[in-house]
Design a protein around this ligand. Structure first.
Ligand code: ATP
Length: 233
C-alpha cells in the first residue's frame, strides 16, 4: 500500500447548474519519503487536493488513505488529531502570527505536539538562529517562509504539504526555500508534497503528478531527481 492513496476523489462545490467539480475523479499515489510535485494550471484542483490530503476539507466521494488510515472516513475529532500529529502545512503567504516573534510562532505550534521539540534549534536548522526575537514584519519573505517551515516541523510531521511555497518570493529566495524543502525531505525522511504552477520543478521531484480540470492526467516517477541548485527556470 503506498503512503498516500488518493483514489477517484470528487470534490463538488455548489449545486445544480452552478455546481463545480474542483476535483473530478482524481487519483494518484505517493510512496513514503518521496518528494512529490503536483503541477497544473490555475483552477486545476491542486489546492483542493492538498486540503483534502491534510484533513482540512472533505471529499464529496472517493477514498483518501494516508499511512494506512482512511481519512475520507474519519470523523472531525479524528481529523483534528490527524492534522495535529501527522501533517505540517507550508502556505504561499506564510500565515505567521504577526504579534509573535519567530521563536514564539514556532513554540506555539510545538505546544500542541506530543513530542518534546526545541523551537530555537529548529530555527537554527532552517537558517534563522540569529533572528529568533524578530517579528514577522521584521523578516524578509524568505525568512518568514523559513519560520513557517520550522513551525511545520514542530509537529515532527510524517507528511509536509506545501501550497505554492515560493509563490510570493523572488527567484533566488524561492530556490533557497525549495532547496530547504528538498533537504528536509531527504534528511528527516518526511513525505513532502509541493503544489506549484512551475513546470521546472518537475526536475526536483521523485514523483510528478499533473492535474488538469480536476483530474490527474499523468503521474511519473523520476529516477534522477535534481538538486534545486542545478535547476534553472
Ligand atoms: P490555483 O493554482 O489558482 O491555486 P488550483 O489548481 O489550486 O488553482 P483549486 O484552488 O483547487 O485550484 O480550485 C479548483 C476549482 O475549484 C476552481 O475552479 C475554483 O474556483 C473552485 N473552488 C475551489 N474552492 C472553492 C470553493 N470553496 N467554493 C467554490 N469553488 C471553489
Amino acid at each position: 500500500m503506498p503512503y498516500i492513496a488518493f483514489t477517484d476523489v470528487v470534490r463538488s462545490y455548489g449545486a445544480g447548474v452552478t455546481q463545480i467539480n474542483a476535483l473530478d475523479g482524481a487519483s494518484f499515489a505517493v510512496e513514503r519519503g518521496e518528494l512529490a510535485v503536483i503541477l497544473g494550471a490555475s483552477g486545476a484542483g491542486k489546492t483542493t487536493a492538498l486540503n483534502i490530503l491534510g484533513g482540512m476539507d472533505g471529499a464529496t466521494s472517493g477514498q483518501v488513505v494516508v499511512d494506512e488510515r482512511d481519512i475520507s472516513d474519519a470523523n472531525e475529532d479524528e481529523l483534528v488529531l490527524y492534522r495535529r500529529a501527522d501533517v505540517g502545512f507550508v502556505f504561499q503567504f506564510y500565515n505567521l502570527v504577526p504579534n509573535l516573534t519567530a521563536l514564539e510562532n514556532v513554540e506555539l505550534a510545538a505546544q500542541i505536539c506530543p513530542d518534546s521539540f526545541d523551537a530555537a534549534e529548529t530555527l537554527g536548522k532552517v537558517g534563522l538562529g540569529e533572528r529568533l526575537d524578530n517579528f514577522p514584519a521584521q523578516l524578509s519573505g524568505g525568512e518568514q517562509q523559513r519560520v513557517s517551515i520550522a513551525r511545520a516541523l514542530a509537529k515532527n510531521p510524517k507528511l509536509l504539504l506545501c501550497d505554492e511555497p515560493t509563490g510570493a518570493l523572488d527567484y533566488q529566495t524561492g530556490k533557497q526555500i525549495l532547496q530547504l524543502l528538498q533537504d528536509t525531505c531527504r534528511r528527516e525522511h518526511i513525505t513532502v508534497v509541493v503544489v506549484t504552477h512551475n513546470a521546472a520543478l518537475a526536475n526536483m521531484a521523485d514523483r510528478l503528478i499533473r492535474f488538469k480540470s480536476g483530474q490527474v492526467i499523468d503521474m511519473e516517477v523520476n529516477p534522477d531527481p535534481q538538486p534545486i541548485s542545478q535547476i534553472e527556470w
